[in-house]
Design a protein around this ligand. Structure first.
Ligand code: NAD
Length: 352
């Protein structure tokens, strides 16, 4: 199969690209605009493969996207390109509307035109996997779970644009018969995550001896999934998911943000004791003003993808977090490269 992956130079997209090239026989066309969050180094380990091609293209550029479909004639699309950071969506929502909404619309239209040119069997087999987030469902109380039928109630500019893109994907299936499958996944962590999200921000600030910022009380709950488990879920959905269906993907790993920070500091105390301040890395924790509109809790019921597609996560929270800390300790150069002239770990999204 020739798979067009959008956002394949980002965190999850690059993990998918590396997996597809290394572990499967599929070919990959990586379509990425290389924004601040995308970097060629994330796919360098597989970039030399003859089953890998790169297209430096903005998904909202209709002419370029149409060219890519004509030239590469993909059998499937896995759409991950997005502006993905909630804090940045508070500071500047325009890019989120453009990429997440207009970009998804542009891809859906190009995929529809491409599929219309395919013959019967190839047209039936074509898939468009739309990768989304559990944040579209809004916020939970203490104990309930998101299911595939939970009503959409996005609260941030980021989640609102992702919700809009999910609705477009749904409509292109129902109205035009495009074989779309949508996934809504919980918080990912692991190697190559841009150091603006909680896990790498904590690790890098700690190693620099800087304050580790915790928003508000730190009691907000997220459901954490190791990125390679998400990648296996996406491949399962691509190969076996039913068109028109949505699948929630989650790790059954609910933790408060403060739990996550303390776990990371514990691993750092053990793995990098020579750089620890007196009192350990945990002594660097500093509670800062909460994120405006901060959702209290997300948690996924991943029963459907377990039952229907036989997917469960491999990694536990403890083993995945330890692997992640080790990876960042071993890849300080990568962090410096992707941060240089782009971002210096400063607070984003604090203004209401
Ligand atoms: N990170 C998570 O925890 C998480 C959880 C659930 C769902 N998701 C979804 O998964 C997808 C990937 O998330 P991520 O964390 O890897 O994001 P990321 O920010 O690390 O990567 C996004 C990639 O998209 C590219 N991109 C951005 N705008 C583009 C455009 N206009 N045209 C082409 N490429 C563009 C960037 O260059 C980058 O390589 C997103 O759709 C996100 O909403 C993420």
């Amino acid at each position: 199969m020739r798979i067009l992956v959008t956002g394949g130079a980002g965190f999850i997209g690059s993990a998918l690209v590396r997996h597809l090239v290394r572990e499967t026989d599929h070919s990959v066309v990586n379509v990425d605009a290389l924004t601040y969050a995308g970097h060629p180094s994330t796919v360098a380990p597989v970039a030399g493969s003859d089953r890998y091609a790169f297209e430096h293209v903005d998904v909202a550029d209709a002419a370029e996207v149409a060219r890519v479909f004509r030239e590469h004639a993909p059998d499937a699309v896995v759409h991950l390109a997005a502006e993905s950071h909630v804090d940045r969506s508070i500071d500047g929502p325009a890019d989120f509307v453009r990429t997440n909404v207009v970009g998804t619309y542009t891809l859906l239209e190009a995929a529809r035109a491409h599929r219309d040119r395919l013959s019967g069997g190839a047209a039936d087999a074509f898939r468009f996997v739309h990768v989304s987030t559990d944040e579209v469902y809004g916020t939970l109380g203490e104990s309930d779970l998101f299911t595939e039928t939970t009503p959409y109630a996005p609260n941030s500019p980021y989640s609102a644009t992702k919700a809009a893109s999910d609705h477009l994907a749904r409509a292109w299936h129902h109205t035009f018969g495009l074989p779309v499958v949508t996934t809504n996944c919980s918080n990912n962590y692991g190697p190559y995550q841009y150091p603006e999200k909680l896990v790498p921000v904590v690790i890098l600030n700690a190693l620099r001896g800087r304050p580790i910022p915790v928003y508000g009380s730190g009691q907000n709950v997220r459901d954490w999934l190791f990125v390679d488990d998400h990648v296996r879920a996406l491949v399962r959905v691509l190969e076996r998911g039913a068109p028109g269906e949505t699948y929630n993907v989650g790790g059954h790993n609910e933790r408060t943000n403060l739990d996550v920070v303390e776990t990371l500091c514990g691993h750092l105390d053990r793995l990098a004791p020579e750089r620890a301040p007196d009192g350990g890395y945990g002594s660097l924790v500093e509670h800062v003003r909460d994120r405006p509109g901060h959702d209290f809790r997300y948690a996924i019921d991943a029963g459907k993808i377990g039952r229907d597609l036989d997917w469960t996560p491999d990694e536990t929270f403890e083993s995945g977090m330890e692997r992640t800390v080790r990876w960042y300790l071993d890849h300080a150069d990568w962090c410096e490269t992707v941060l240089r002239d782009r971002y210096d770990l400063e607070r984003l999204g604090a203004a209401a």
